[in-house]
Design a protein around this ligand. Sequence first.
Ligand code: NAD
Ligand code: ZN
Ligand code: ZN
Length: 392
Amino acid sequence: MRALCWQGTGKVDVETVPDPEIIDQRDAILRVTSTAICGSDLHLYDGYIPTMQKGDILGHEFMGEVVEVGREVKNLTQGDRVVSAFSISCGNCFHCRRELWALCENSNPNWRMLATMFGFPGAALFGYSHLYGGYAGGQAEYVRVPFADIGLLPVPEDLDDEKVLFLSDVFPTGYMAAENCGIQSGDIVAIWGMGPVGQMAAVSALLLGADRVIAIDRFPERLRMAEEHSGAYAVNYEETDDLVEFLKELTGGRGPDSAIEAVGMEAHSTGPGGIYDRVKQTVRLETGRPTALRQAIQACRPGGTVSIPGVFGGVIDKMPMGAAFAKGLTFKMGQTHMPRYMRPLLDRIVQGQLDPSFIITHRLPLEQAPEAYKVFREKDDECIKVVLNPGP
Ligand code: NAD
Ligand code: ZN
Ligand code: ZN
């Protein structure tokens, strides 16, 4: 089959590789019909995630048709159309039984590496380094899905791929980020980063009762999308002298009720803080540039919540913990507990409350994935979300 393989920092290729096979009786094999490139893939592309190996197949946002199932997968049959969770959960361990699916203790065969880094084993992810299990991803013609009875959600035939594809990651991720804010009616939610996750967090905040969303980014097309689809008040931080003060001014001097950090460890920054982070990162004394997170903490109103879907790893510097403590902030974060959200959000799509496909700006065949990664990384051509089609 053809698959998109990581070759080294900044280099991916489409190659012919062996077809996947059932290895465990809870596996399923999918013929991938649509797959997307995610902001999280850029952390791999840019070389921030260790333990990638030449030839690893990327991709954790995918859907397709079931072509084969193991004997123990009782809820799916050949021909079912399904969307996959980006993470892999066993359904039986301590955390899975508590619906903390992202913390599954059984799916990652390389759990020791994660436990050494972070102190605990965590769920495996598709196409996301050997640290996260070394599973082949779904930017390919076919993919093996372990624990398929848990991670695959059947979708109705009458909904196009594009309407349901984002149940694989960014819709649940944006929704959980908004849910983590504990939104009350009338709340104002500020969101840093208007990529797909930020866009989904914005529409979800409205679904959960927020009065207004403030969208923060520097790319006009991303801000425009948030204005159009969430009625957001758009703030271009590059055109704002003091973002934290500006956000306070916008919210009666108090600050937004919740602050969502949908940027992660590669935040863009130009000021002295940004130079400091870059130097420390270069000499490996810091593993991320937490510009947006610092601002979120500083801007959030006393008693508010800072919700962090943006991915961080390792250690970051100069966290304004004094401000966080003095203001009695609540912090919520982490990888999305996918199976908790996929079905209820599919119901919302079926009921017509939302169509997440508005984030798609580029549609390309899998063979053009290397160009797609470049365009997506550089945000050329107003690129926000790329869908790849492996089919003929
Ligand atoms: P993306 O790269 O498309 O979007 C990030 C956005 O942040 C960009 O629009 C960028 O311009 C903006 N940005 C950069 N620096 C900023 C700053 N200082 N202030 C405000 N905005 C800034 O990525 P995405 O696909 O939307 O993902 C966003 C984050 O969510 C990434 O870190 C990704 O890894 C993470 N993520 C987490 C989960 C999870 O389970 N928690 C799942 C999916 C993605
Ligand atoms: Zn993703
Ligand atoms: Zn588990």
